[in-house]
Design a protein around this ligand. Structure first.
Ligand SMILES: Nc1ncnc2c1ncn2[C@@H]1O[C@H](COP(=O)(O)OP(=O)(O)OP(=O)(O)O)[C@@H](O)[C@H]1O
Length: 250
């Protein structure tokens, strides 16, 4: 059975030509268009099977984060449909979902409640969340004083403990230290083996080879290819390599 079915998603953004105040008034006086339409997602369709570990790869600006935001319901697509079968834990932006003025501890309780855990279940998972995040010393400190790595630890730890069926992970591990990243990748393998569905965006391709079953390559908002992880990463890495200039006389 499919965990996620995405059909013909399109998302446009408006980009300002000239963001200065002067530019704004000049274009207003000239009755010019002040924005150009930019297509971040262009007719994107794919599906993720339940229990599958799925990578989304692509260059900077390819549309990966936009796709994740649409999948998590943070932004609406212009056209297309998304069907999600199961409870989603979105881990999409560093610190997203964490309230700056609340402590780590308060954020854990708040997020667990938002994701539907009852008091008893929150009590059960609370210690595991704190232990996995390794933030025991800072758990009563407001999150606004956390470093980006600390926020990533807390966010990841909450996301994997809220009894979700589908976990969306967007590059949040980029800021973590080496040991914590290793621990997270091992956890992701464990979650996959336990039958959870994972959708991962990362520029660190090596761990994806181990964790994921399939990958989708996004290129300028379009699906360039979908296939088995090894083949997709090889294809993507080869395309990324700068082409060697031909030697004269060669
Ligand atoms: N809110 C927005 N308003 C205008 N343009 C946006 C907005 N969000 C994203 N974009 C544009 O959409 C394009 C895709 O951005 P997105 O962040 O989805 O790419 P990405 O593949 O995640 O890139 P990266 O690997 O650098 O994180 C970019 O050109 C970006 O500037």
């Amino acid at each position: 059975m499919e965990a996620i079915v995405v059909k013909n998603l399109t998302k446009h953004f408006r980009k300002a030509y000239d963001k200065t105040l002067k530019g704004f008034f000049i274009s207003l006086a000239k009755k010019e268009k002040r924005y150009k339409e930019f297509t971040a997602l262009d007719d994107v369709s794919f599906s993720v099977q339940q229990g599958e570990s799925y990578a989304i790869i692509g260059k900077n600006g390819a549309g990966k984060s936009t796709l994740f935001k649409v999948l998590s319901g943070i932004i609406a697509p212009d056209t297309g449909s998304i069907q999600i079968n199961g409870k989603v834990a979105p881990l999409i932006e560093l610190g997203a979902g964490l309230s700056r003025d609340l402590t780590g501890s308060e954020n854990i309780r708040l997020n667990c409640a938002i994701f539907g855990l009852n008091k008893g279940r929150i009590k059960e998972v609370y210690d595991d969340i704190v232990a996995f995040s390794e933030l025991e010393e800072f758990i009563h400190t407001p999150v606004k004083f956390y470093s980006s790595g600390m926020k990533a630890r807390l966010g990841f730890s909450i996301a994997i403990h809220i009894d979700a069926d589908i976990i969306l992970i967007d590059e949040v591990l980029a800021v973590g230290d080496k040991d914590f990243k290793k621990k997270c990748y091992a956890k992701m393998e464990e979650l996959r083996d336990a039958g959870k569905t994972l959708v991962v965006v990362s520029h660190s391709l090596k761990p994806l080879r181990k964790i994921c079953d399939r990958a989708l390559i996004l290129d300028q908002g379009r699906v360039a290819d979908v296939g088995e992880i090894g083949a997709m990463l090889d294809q993507y890495e080869n395309e990324k390599k700068p082409k060697k200039k031909k030697q004269k006389g060669a």
